[in-house]
Design a protein around this ligand. Structure first.
Ligand code: FE2
Length: 382
């Protein structure tokens, strides 16, 4: 793998703060939101729909600490038209990744001057808590980015939403998961599209390369991938961009593109401060994760003996829970991947804990791929 130290010039104006929220376009937002609450530990935050004057779509907003997901559905056939087409083509999928920004006009103007395609010109929405300004541009596939300036807003989400106070009684009986924030969000690209997708961020948003791997570094007997991580100047938003690479069999990235109908969001990694408790409690809630063979942990124990780093967590517990470990001399990360979140083998989620390690688990890619390939073979797609 390669890490980069050159951040490029600091943008003269405009600043990306963090991931703000992710919007999923789904067939049944009410049920999708409920699934993320019961299985993944989110709680209802806000709602819009016919009762609140939203005539075309309904949206259920869920939150866990700083992570906000919006599940949105059409209320009438093909209203709006592009929503219907998106749903037909991609199934339930991430549609928009919103970033909180400072100086939205500067960021939007620069992106558009440099070639970003406009989805929504800057607009504002107001309620009793103040005003939020937003604008959107198109990125890979049918995915969009919304820039959100909430500097003049005190509300908990966005104007136009009713804040929910009532708690789902089922959730009070379930153990807390403790996911804190989005760590990184990954986009899969079809063949030979990774570099142009990464350059889109470098050129239009003034992001820079943070980390990359190529297929000579990451491959299994059957398949491989290339990945470039792009990030904003302050390195608070990390966006790995993947593409398939040739192997004996079909790459998992190609499988994603086939089922998604082109490029899209492959996985969202969420950070926890205590992955052991998070995973024990996610499993108690019925979440299913990729399973890692015992040989991985045998190798890991041997490699750790020769390393300067000390993993504080109990390795037997890590193995029992199928958590992966990647490390160097200075630190380590712990990570685990869910099975796909819908019937299509497209979007999945990651839970990650970082202990002074800023990588993306390259040391685990081989084992991870082998685990994914076992599932791919089960689906008849390897
Ligand atoms: Fe990841």
């Amino acid at each position: 793998m390669t890490t980069y130290t050159d951040k490029g010039p600091k943008p003269e104006s405009g600043r990306f703060v963090s991931f703000d929220h992710v919007t999923f376009w789904v067939g049944n937002a009410k049920q999708a939101a409920s699934y993320y609450c019961t299985r993944m530990g989110f709680e209802s935050l806000a709602y819009k729909g016919l009762e609140t004057g939203s005539r075309k779509t309904a949206a259920h907003v869920v939150r866990q600490n700083k992570i906000i997901y919006v599940f949105e559905s059409m209320l009438e056939p093909f209203q709006p038209e592009d929503f219907g087409q998106h749903l037909l083509k991609h199934g339930d999928a991430a549609k928009d990744v919103a970033f909180e920004v400072v100086d939205l006009d500067a960021i939007f103007k620069r992106a558009v001057e440099r070639g970003a395609v406009v989805v929504n010109e800057p607009y504002e929405e107001t309620d009793e808590n103040g005003t939020v300004r937003m604008a959107s541009v198109k990125t890979y596939g049918d995915t969009t980015h919304t820039f959100v300036d909430r500097s003049n807003y005190k509300g908990v989400f966005l104007p136009g939403f009713k804040i929910l106070q009532d708690k789902d009684p089922l959730l009070t009986k379930l153990p807390e998961v403790g996911l804190q924030a989005i760590d990184h969000l990954v986009g899969n690209q079809p063949n030979d599209s990774m570099i142009s997708a990464a350059e889109w961020y470098e050129k239009n948003l003034m992001f820079h390369r943070f980390w990359s791997v190529d297929d000579s570094q990451i491959h299994t007997e059957f398949s491989s991938l290339r990945s470039i991580v792009v990030t904003n100047y302050e390195e608070t938003i990390k966006m790995p961009i993947n593409e398939p690479a040739n192997g004996k069999r079909k790459s998992q990235i190609q499988e994603y593109c086939d089922y998604n109908g082109g490029a899209g969001v492959q996985h969202i990694a969420m950070r926890t401060n205590d992955i052991i408790t998070s995973i024990i409690n996610l499993k108690a809630r019925g979440m299913k994760f990729l399973e890692i063979p015992a040989t991985y942990y045998k190798n890991l124990r041997n490699q750790l003996k020769n390393s300067k780093v000390e993993v504080k967590e109990n390795l037997d517990e890590i193995q029992r829970l199928h958590i992966l470990v990647d490390f160097d001399d200075n630190g380590y990360l712990l990570q685990i991947f869910t099975k796909p979140m819908q019937d299509r083998p497209t979007l999945f989620l990651e839970v990650i804990q970082r202990n002074n390690h800023q990588g993306f688990g390259a040391g685990n890619f081989k084992s991870l791929f082998e685990a994914i390939e076992a599932d791919q073979a089960n689906r008849g797609n390897l």
